[in-house]
Design a protein around this ligand. Structure first.
Ligand SMILES: O=C[C@H](O)COP(=O)(O)O
Length: 262
């Protein structure tokens, strides 16, 4: 087994989006746990990001059976509490022992108007409550066609990390998700993924330090499947994947987690 680049443990996270109710969630996580209950499973960190309504069920299962699977939410409010109908706060997610929370997923940006300022507030809210943000960045098709994918994505990174101190930023996870590859079956080439993930790491070194940049995990997301994950993971600056559609099939997700076996 090859050692993870720079000692970074790969993170494979399944973003279920608005799929699987709390009963289906229990069955799904049990299946993952059974399939991943061996020693190699320690070489990859595995997480699921279910809908809010599933989190208590997943927590009960993970706690009760002492599973190594981690879990988190798909969004977080920038506020701690109060009259914010429909929102879920950092303290609520922390109480559910969430490890991760996705921030700025392109679907939040597209359908809920989340801009870099909002993402910045949400990143800070996550850290305030001991949660690890998985900050999603990435360009749309027009930007890609114009060849501006690196500058566009780095501007999103800069905006979301504004005034985030190094002691927090060192544990962030960045997910590079080109919007044109999400749910389309059109996966970025490994070289496309490396180009932007490498640029993200260089920007982290400029914003903070090389040491911090070397420690941060950068995922690729966008039509990841068992058949393409190994080539993407072979890139030096790709440390995992944020998986949407393929994460809803437990067998397929397990194959992705076991990318080294392919
Ligand atoms: O969060 C996951 C991404 O949006 C990727 O989704 P996908 O694997 O269905 O393309």
């Amino acid at each position: 087994m090859t050692a993870p680049a720079q000692g970074r443990t790969p993170l494979m996270a399944g973003n279920w989006k608005m799929n699987l109710n709390h009963l289906e969630a229990i069955a799904h996580v049990q299946k993952l746990a059974f399939a991943l209950a061996d020693k190699d499973y320690d070489a990859v960190e595995v997480a699921v990001l279910p809908p809010f309504t599933d989190l208590r069920s997943v927590q009960t299962l993970v706690d009760g059976d002492k599973l190594k699977i981690k879990y988190g939410a798909q969004d977080i409010s920038a506020q701690d509490s109060g009259a914010y109908t429909g929102e879920i706060s950092g303290p609520m997610l922390a109480k559910l022992k969430c490890t991760f929370v996705a921030v700025g997923h392109s679907e939040r940006r597209q359908y809920h108007g989340e801009n870099d300022e909002i993402c910045n507030a949400k990143v800070k809210a996550a850290f305030k409550h001991g949660l690890t943000p998985i900050l999603c960045v990435g360009e749309g098709l027009d930007i890609r066609k114009a060849g501006d994918q690196v500058s566009y994505t780095l501007a999103q990174l800069d905006g979301a990390l504004k005034d985030v101190p190094a002691e927090h930023a060192e544990s962030i996870v960045i997910a590079y998700e080109p919007v044109w590859a999400i749910g389309t079956g059109e996966v970025a080439t490994p070289e496309d993924a490396q180009e932007v993930c490498g640029a993200i790491r260089r920007r982290l070194a400029e914003l903070y330090s090389q040491e911090l940049a070397d420690a941060v995990r950068i995922q690729y997301g966008g039509s990841v499947k068992s058949g393409n994950v190994a080539a993407i993971m072979a890139q030096p600056d790709v440390d995992g994947a944020l998986i949407g559609g393929a994460a809803l099939d437990a067998d397929e997700f397990v194959k992705i987690v076991r990318f080294r076996d392919q």
